[in-house]
Design a binder for this molecule. Structure first.
Ligand SMILES: [Zn+2]
Ligand SMILES: [Zn+2]
Ligand SMILES: [Zn+2]
Length: 477
């Protein structure tokens, strides 16, 4: 096994065994309760992570995905080093396709977690009365007192930095960033290592950025590795399947394009009938590659799962009254990937307005001549060239609906151009210098009169509210 394969195998272990890790958390809660009674209030706050500063590296909005990085094995004097490392991996991630289009969809944080000692533990395993690395690494065996207790040799795999339990991670997040969505832990060691699962870990090895990106694929989009890591790790994932029929395979919409096919995982002898989309060209197989079309799409679709395209709109009230003037509806803030498009589809009373494709629609007051109330609806859909899956168009639609009614107070008279209308006792008096066709509607949209006015015309009407040219007129007895 080469270096990369060892590392890649390691990532899958945590990925698959996430449930086991959580189970360990529960057991350890009792120990913590006992411990808490003995410590001072300020130490307790510190233990719960309430004293650690939060660096906001980027904030784009309350709807964005909160991505937080924590440090392990960084002492009080090493926090600048930690923040620099955090910025470096974030920058690398948002240079990679497709993340280069989606940086603004994230709020990026780094929490300066202080460890008592610098570095990461390498516990080894007991063999012939001596602790040795289970995989024979030359890294010295040592125990380092770090905040989260992350160590190498997890599950007897040297390159897998994991904590024995996750309690402290989740307690800290609960105290400092309860609405987190993505968590990564940077380990203060230049030794090679990383893991992806419910949170990701990565060291500051010279390949740290690439490890971080690969682990992001696991943690963010639930991607599987695209190399053979043993039969126990095979299964149905977005980028791994036992079905290689080109008509029904889960990536059939990519099949035959950009090198996507169905390649046996582990070549002809291994892999137990499981397939991957590309052979040797995906970041989920080797570092320093790009994500393959299937993985790229999965990441974008996960973006769409987590962030609604429409963030803010005007008017903010969704139940409106209209008293004669036109109403303007605007999507004032929305999430769009760099170089991507948003399709806006506007409809009035479920009739799609084919010509309205911008973020704005003007509802003319005269719509009330036909139907009242009116419904204005906008559907927004982000269009990214990396998504071909037809489910996207129906699954990832962000919608706002307004209901508009005519105001309760009618006008007594109005004039526009050479035409005027006046509500009088028993009806409406219409005046026009040029011939002018006028239809009078009831409040429910029924036509009650139609006249061609030239000069002055009186329409006799029972008392009530009528609509003329989109204006409400109040007729008394
Ligand atoms: Zn080791
Ligand atoms: Zn892939
Ligand atoms: Zn989508």
């Amino acid at each position: 096994m080469n270096r990369l394969k060892k590392y890649a195998l390691a990532t899958l272990v945590l990925f698959v065994q996430g449930i086991e890790i959580n189970a360990q958390c529960m057991v350890n809660t009792f120990d913590n309760v006992r411990q808490i009674k003995k410590i001072s209030a300020s130490d307790f706050r510190k233990q719960e992570g309430q004293d650690f500063p939060i660096d906001t590296i980027q904030y784009t909005g309350p709807e964005a995905i909160n991505f937080v990085l924590l440090g392990d094995g960084y002492t009080e004097t090493e926090q600048t080093k930690f923040v620099t490392a955090a910025k470096n991996v974030y920058n690398a991630l948002f240079r990679k396709i497709p993340m280069n289009r989606y940086k603004k969809w994230f709020n990026l944080y780094a929490i300066e977690v202080i460890s008592n000692e610098s570095g990461i533990s390498h516990p080894g395993v007991l063999k012939d009365g001596k602790y040795v690395c289970p995989e024979g690494s030359s890294l010295p065996i040592k125990n380092v007192d770090t905040y989260f207790g992350i160590h190498f040799d997890a599950y007897n795999i040297h390159r897998l930095p994991c904590p024995d339990n996750s309690t402290k991670i989740y307690n800290l997040l609960k105290a400092l960033m309860p609405d987190y969505q993505m968590v990564g832990i940077l380990c203060n060691t230049s030794e090679y290592g990383g893991a992806g699962g419910s949170f990701l870990t990565c060291t500051t090895h010279s390949s740290a950025s690439e490890i971080f990106i690969h682990e992001f694929g696991h943690t963010f989009a639930s991607l599987a590795d695209e190399y053979y890591a043993g039969d126990g790790y095979l299964g149905e994932y977005i980028n791994q399947t036992a079905n290689n029929n080109s008509n029904t395979i889960k990536w059939k919409h990519w099949y035959g394009q950009s090198g996507v096919s169905a390649f046996p995982i582990g070549g002809s002898t291994k892999g137990n009938g499981y397939y991957k989309p590309v052979n040797g060209t995906c970041e989920m197989e080797y570092l320093n590659k790009e994500f393959c079309p299937v993985c790229r799409e999965a990441i974008v679709e996960e973006m769409h799962n987590r962030v609604k395209v429409i963030a803010e709109y005007q008017p903010t009230a969704r139940s409106l009254t209209m008293d004669g003037d036109d109403l303007t509806f605007t999507i004032t803030r929305y999430y769009k990937g760099t170089s991507n498009k948003i399709n806006f589809e506007w409809s009035i009373n479920n009739v799609v307005q084919e010509d309205e494709t911008s973020n704005q629609l003007i509802l003319k007051s005269d719509v009330f001549e036909t139907v009242t109330p009116q419904t204005v609806k906008v559907k927004a859909n982000e269009v990214c060239p990396y998504v071909k899956d037809t489910k996207h168009a129906t699954k990832h639609v962000s919608t706002v609906t307004w209901r508009v009614q005519l105001g309760t107070v009618g006008v007594e008279a109005f004039t526009h151009d050479d035409f005027s209308v006046e509500a009088v006792n028993g009806g409406l008096r219409l005046k026009s210098e040029k011939p002018h066709a006028v239809t009078v509607y009831s409040l429910h949209g029924q036509k009650v009169a139609h006249v061609n006015v030239c000069g002055e015309e009186m329409i006799q009407l029972p008392a009530g509210i009528y609509i003329v040219d989109g204006k409400k007129m109040l007729v008394d007895r």
